[in-house]
Design a protein around this ligand. Sequence first.
Ligand code: HEM
Length: 136
Amino acid sequence: MNAMLPRAEVEKVYLSYGRCCQADGFFRDFYAFFMSKSDDVRAMFNDTDMAEQRRLLRSGLTWLIMYARGGSDFKLRQLGETHSRKGYGIRPEWYDLWVEALLEAVREHDPELTPSLEAQWKETLQPGVEMIRGAY
Ligand code: HEM
């Protein structure tokens, strides 16, 4: 089943994401915000090559946005498996921290962000995040 948000809305989020990717330090700040929210989250990345992880998240976010505009759920299902209790064991409540940290990073790095665009970001992320979380 595919998610389907109004295309114009997702388009704005995609452009905002483009501005964030252009900005220096978006992914670095995201992981700093995310890890500062919980020692358990921080511990999950103890052995992680964070430069590689930042690169992987760049694609991961693209898949989330594409899914919101009706694209394939194939990649998100894979992430659901790797993050599930059979994989990394990412606890469902950590996804709320993930979304909070992401919005903090967007606020920091998209100079054109408005309250309504931020609300659209939340809506856009939600279906994909729920798919990955729901695979736990
Ligand atoms: C919906 C939000 C998320 C997305 C889009 C996402 C994306 C990704 C991607 C693309 C990878 C690399 C591919 C893979 O290993 O399957 C990955 C790995 C990982 N993610 Fe996530 N992730 C999300 C949420 C989380 C959360 C909430 C945590 C909590 C700590 C987390 C922890 C990890 C860990 C530990 C790895 C493996 C790191 C390693 O290889 O050392 N992720 N994630």
